[in-house]
Design a protein around this ligand. Sequence first.
Ligand SMILES: [Cu+2]
Length: 145
Amino acid sequence: MKSIIKTFLTLSFTLLFSNAALSESHVIEMLNKSGNEMMVYSKKVLNVNVGDTVVWKATTKGHNVEFIKNGTPDGVAKFKSKMNVDVEYKFEIPGIYAYWCTPHKAMGMIGFVVVGGDKSNLDKINALRFVGKSKKLAPELIGQL
Ligand SMILES: [Cu+2]
């Protein structure tokens, strides 16, 4: 009986930890200022695994997260968070996700998440139209994907 319990516990722990290793949580801060940059996400390019969650923290107010139209893999629903609050998103579909902060999209507040190392929608990402300061920044970031 004792050995059965021991086996059960060992198995439970193994499952628990392998699960934790499979799906991670990543944090990106939404900031008014970082070094000498204004209006930025703390990580502009992030690679995650399928099933991982990203939490965008409203470290400073006045920001949000909006997936750019045609800037996500096929089958991903429209996503636009409320202003001023922490927001999280679980990435289930592989591919490149391009997003921006709605009020600061022309100030370079853009970001990219690559899910599962899948860059099959890179052509669509390259075809996106960015505005203002983001016009120059976007190709630089896309080059890092
Ligand atoms: Cu913003």
